[in-house]
Design a protein. Structure first.
Ligand code: NAD
Length: 490
């Protein structure tokens, strides 16, 4: 069994104090690797290494940074299969999804490689004809990237290539529930030619993350995780006046109108909640269905949910894997119990899934509650598991009211064949992402992020790299005039 060290300054360095914790395979229930618990001294060492490497990396021209990021993308593709096995072993997500996530990670590296030599500034015409004004976009310096356990490499690569293309160096802290793939990823970065110290990884829990956020040499924090921890990070960063990007949770409404294609909407609803075992921030966990299609869609979904193939995450035939870790499994089962107690009508699932081929795995049956009211916990709280709440509605106005009556604002889906209705509703959805006649679709070019308690700032797309740059304005007076020192110059 491998006992991982930290990746600092291009070397594998052990914890300063002798603390380790276990990586548990959620399918077998067995410990399959060990990780170091980083102390503040380890965090210091990682930040120092990043700080040492930063001027050199920022001084490398954009074309060279692009070349290296593209080489890393090639290496990721070469190792996609192996990395997918590691990810699925660590967090129970099915191999068909983790494999496509590795290819998407490579796509993100190529997309941001393209920006490395195109971080243009502007020239700005001022009122005075003898002052030349221009802007540049500079890196922050050393940036902290903190991620969640559900998709460690995707969440990392939503941030990392953008941060690097802009000339930052980074210290990464993955979730204590799934850290192995992030450490293994460092080997790919080195093989691609990334200089030592540009990316550093420490592992550990919340205390390690907090030590990183509070470190005086961390210039910016980009965080993906829960609203509860996001709040703490925003408070710590606020205290030190550090900028933060927060990618937090969701409870996204997926709305099916009477004029939708029922088969397409059913598939979209399934993908929205049972893809990734529902452990995705954009899970379409609130399905709002108009009365005319309500019974039909509920029936179709219940039938399809029962037919989903649960199995070994490493088996390409498996459609749904395990829940990623024990605490999350317990939270999901509690949410199912409380939905039943609140009077929601269980139409599929509701139990731990068992069977010879499922072994000790943390499997939850694809679960659907119908006739849910919007004030029930199952309609309001993020469960982060394969649990769908179906709510009926009558009118378009009612659908919008229910959809937006939620503390979150990450994503929403609209299913309708009426383009006028779709165009009318898009501006009314209080979410950072709106999908029309599709769900859970991502692209390197398309910005992603939330509103309300789903956070702020954006990842992916052009705006994703701007989050890792600071605008500098430069004014050059090339007149030879002696000006009045007590008047504002313009
Ligand atoms: P979490 O907030 O418990 O942990 C996330 C990370 O924060 C972990 O690395 C953890 O160790 C670290 N952390 C914990 N306490 C900290 C502290 N005080 N200071 C600094 N770091 C600290 O979240 P989770 O359970 O790992 O992930 C699930 C949540 O993540 C869900 O709410 C989900 O919706 C959200 N998520 C959001 C997105 C998105 O892009 N919006 C994507 C994936 C997951």
């Amino acid at each position: 069994m491998e006992r991982y060290k930290f990746y600092i300054g291009g070397d594998w360095i052990g914890p300063a104090e002798d603390g380790h914790f276990d990586a548990v395979n959620p399918f077998t229930g067995k410990v399959w690797a060990q990780l170091g618990e980083a102390s503040p001294a380890d965090v210091d060492a990682a930040v120092e290494a990043a700080a040492r490497a930063q001027p050199g990396w920022a001084g490398t021209n954009g074309a060279t940074r692009a070349l290296i990021l593209n080489r890393v993308a090639d290496v990721i593709v070469d190792h996609a299969e192996r990395m997918a096995v590691i990810e699925s072993t660590d967090n129970g997500k099915v191999i068909r999804e983790t494999k496509s996530q590795m290819l998407f990670a490579a796509r993100l590296f190529r997309f941001y490689a393209g920006y490395a030599d195109k971080l243009y500034g502007s020239t700005i015409p001022l009122d005075s004809s003898t002052i030349f004004d221009y802007t540049t976009r500079e890196p922050y310096g050393v940036v902290a990237l903190i991620t969640a356990w559900n998709s460690p490499i995707t969440l990392l690569c939503n941030k990392l290539p953008a941060a690097l293309a802009a000339g930052n160096t980074v210290v990464v802290k993955p979730s204590e529930h799934a850290s192995v793939s992030t450490l293994e990823f460092c080997k790919l970065l080195a093989e691609g030619g990334l200089p030592p110290g540009v990316v550093n990884v420490v592992t550990g829990g919340g205390e390690t993350g907090a030590a990183l956020v509070r470190h005086a040499d961390i210039a910016k924090v980009s965080f993906t995780g829960s609203p509860a921890v996001g709040r703490k990070i925003a408070a710590m960063a606020g205290e030190m006046l550090k900028p933060v990007t927060l990618e937090l949770g969701g409870k996204s409404p997926n709305i099916v109108f009477d004029d939708a294609d029922p088969e397409a909407a059913t598939i979209g609803a399934l993908a929205g909640i049972f893809g990734a075992t529902g452990q995705t921030c954009v899970a379409g966990s609130r399905l709002l269905v108009q009365r005319g299609l309500y019974d039909e869609i509920t029936q179709r979904l219940a039938d399809r949910a029962r037919a989903i193939r649960l199995g070994d995450p490493l088996d390409p035939a498996s459609e749904m894997g395990t829940v990623a870790n024990r605490p999350q499994f317990d939270r999901i089962m509690q949410s199912i119990d409380s939905a039943t107690q609140d009077g929601a009508r269980l139409v599929a699932g509701g139990n731990r899934a068992k069977g010879d081929h499922l072994g000790e795995g943390l499997f939850v049956e694809p679960t659907i509650f119908a006739d849910v009211r919007n004030d029930m916990a199952v309609a309001q709280n993020e469960i982060f598991g394969p649990v769908l709440a179906i709510l009926p509605f009558e009118t378009e106005e009612e659908a919008v009211d229910i959809a937006n009556d939620i503390p979150f604002g990450l994503a929403s889906g609209l299913w309708t064949r009426d383009i006028s209705r779709a165009m009318r509703l898009v501006p009314q959805m209080k979410s950072g992402v709106v999908w029309v006649n599709t769900y859970r679709m991502v692209a390197a070019q398309a910005p992603f992020g939330g509103t309300k308690e789903s956070g702020f700032g954006r990842e992916r797309g052009e705006v994703g790299i701007m989050e890792f740059t600071v605008t500098k304005n430069v004014m050059i007076d090339y007149s030879s005039e002696a000006r009045d020192p007590f008047a504002i110059k313009n």
